[in-house]
Ligand binder design. Sequence first.
Ligand code: FPP
Length: 242
Amino acid sequence: MKEKIVFDNLPRHIAIIMDGNGRWAEKRNLDRIEGHIKGIKALRSVLKSSLEFGIKYLTVFAFSSENWQRPKKEVDSLMHLLEQYISAELPMLIKNKINFNVIGNIEKIPYSAKRNILNAIDKTSGYSDIFLILALSYGSREEIINSAAKTALDFKEGRIKNLNAINESVFSSHLYTNNMPDPDLLIRTGGEERISNFLLFQIAYTELYFTKTMWPDFERKNLISALKNYEKRIRRFGKIKV
Ligand code: FPP
């Protein structure tokens, strides 16, 4: 029996940069793809623990707009893993009433994986308590530029009457994350301390947590450490504590 963990102050939305799969594999003289396969296991375990703890939104960076530039062999393997992951996970998503969604330019995703993604989005669209969001072919600068262009079009076509009406709410409505709360906690594994073009607009007041643990090794106890660390943070959102 797992001990029941009580948290005083749980993030509603956790975003994760799942970094270190390649280095995890290389250190063991394995093909990089073995790191991604183990990375999927870590994702399953973290999603399970997130459900256990009552996290409502989990957004994970699975493939960036820059990752297309990796060797074709690795890209093809990742797309294949993605396709398998979605179809294997769908029964679990339905059983747990998890709303599955994707942020990013999924037009670029190969058809066989995209078909599974669209099917999973469709089959889980009625659920509204827990959300799993995969960032796929995602780049935050591209997302922000697209939102600027759509906002400009709103103005040009008269849906926005004057420039003063352009505010955070209008701008956010054109981001992929429309209607999602901003992340409360961003976790990056793998030892690098940078954001790598992930959710730049949305993490303005997010608490950041960096760990040297490689993503394939990240499990329930590591998530507990991140959550216990978050529990101690005092969030002021630019104001002073009253
Ligand atoms: C970063 O590790 C991870 C990725 C680019 C992909 C993340 C993918 C997974 C966790 C598994 C696949 C999940 C799905 C749903 C397809 P890296 O390769 O950049 O590692 P490195 O920094 O050590 O080279």
